[in-house]
Design a protein around this ligand. Sequence first.
Ligand code: CP3
Length: 357
Amino acid sequence: MTNTAPVSARRDLSESPLLVAARGGAPSRTPVWFMRQAGRSLPEYRQVREGTPMLQACLTPELACEVTLQPVRRHGVDAAILFSDIVVPLYAAGVDLDIVPGTGPVVANPVRTAADVAALPLLRPEQVEPVADTIRLLTAELGDTPLIGFAGAPFTLASYLVEGGPSRNHERTKALMHSEPEVWHALLDRLATITGEFLRLQVEAGVDAVQLFDSWAGALSERDYREFVLPHSTRVLAAVADAGVPRIHFGVGTGELLPAMREAGADVVGVDWRIPLDEAARRLRAARPEGPEPVVQGNLDPALLFAGWPVLEREVRRIVEEGRAAGGHIFNLGHGVLPQTDPEVVTRVADLVHSLS
Ligand code: CP3
C-alpha cells in the first residue's frame, strides 16, 4: 500500500497555515503544533507502543505512521511531525546505541578520539528506507495537513556520541571541542554529512518542512557556537536549501544564539520560554535588517500545561500577542510535551490559539 507518488505529485498545501507562516506570508489562522506531540502523553500511543522498543517502533512504517497521526486526530494541530528520533540515522548506519526509557539515547562506545571518528559509519539511503516508507504512508493519509521531517543537528548528536548518553554539563563534549579542535571538526563534519543526507531523503520521500533540532546548543557561548558548530549546521541546512521546503531551526536556551542560528540558513527560528517572541524577533531582525522579516516558533513553557486553565489561558493569549508583535509566528511549546501532560489540556491550547486568530 505504499504510495510511490513522485515529489512532483505533492499535495496542494498552498493554503496550509503552517507553510504560509513559515514562508513569511499571512496565514488564515495562527498555526499551532507541539514538539513531542506524539508520545507518552497519549494513552493511544502507550497502547500501540506496548512491547515494541522505541527504535524498532521508529523503523516500523505502519506503527510510526499511526503514532504520527494520533496527535493530528486528537488535537487538530496544523502539522504532523514524523515519529522518529534524532539518533535514528546513527542507529540505522550501524552505531551501537539504544534509547533507554526514562533516560534517552545511550551509546555503547563513546566517540572521543580521531580513530573513533574515522570509524563512524556514513549513512546509506537503503538503511533508512523504513523512514521513507513511513513518510509515503503519511502523505497518503494526511489530507491537507503538512508533514514536518526532522533531524538532530551535529552538535546535539555529537553530545550524545561523546558523552555516551544524556549530559547535564556536556563536559566531555566541550573538552574535546577545545582541546582537539581537528577531531571535533572531523566529527561534526561527518555528522553534518549524515544529517544533511537524512533530511534530503525525507524531503524526497515527501515531507513538507524540516526542523533541525539543536536542542543542547544553548549550552554554548555565542563565540564557541560560531566557531565550533555554525559551519556544520550551515552545511546541513544548505543540503535542503534548494528543496523548496521551509527549514525550522530550534534549540533550548538559545536567546544569545538566535541570530547565529538564523544565519545557519533557517527560515523559522524556534525559541524557548526564556525570551519573549517579540524580543527574539527584534534580535533576529537587528542581525539582518536587510533580510526577510523573521518568523519565530514557540514558546509556551511545557511546565505551564500543569498550571491550571486560568494561568494557561493568560499565557497563551500573551504569547499569541507577542507573536503578532514579532511578525511571523508559529505557535508551539518552548520544548517538548512532558510525558505526564493531560492531553485534553493540549487540545484546549490548540483550540484557544485557533480561536484567537
Ligand atoms: O515531536 C514528536 O512528536 C516526534 C517525535 C520525536 C521523538 N524524539 C520521539 C521520542 C522527536 C522530534 C524527537 C527528537 C529528539 N530526541 C530530541 C530533540 C528534541 C528535544 O526534545 O530536545 C532529542 C534531544 C532526543 C533524544 C531523546 N530521545 C530523549 C531525550 C528521549 C527521552 C527519553 C525518555 O524516555 O524520557 C528520547 C526518547 C523518545 N523520543 C521518546 C519519544 C516519544 C520516548 C520513548 C518512549 O516513548 O518509549
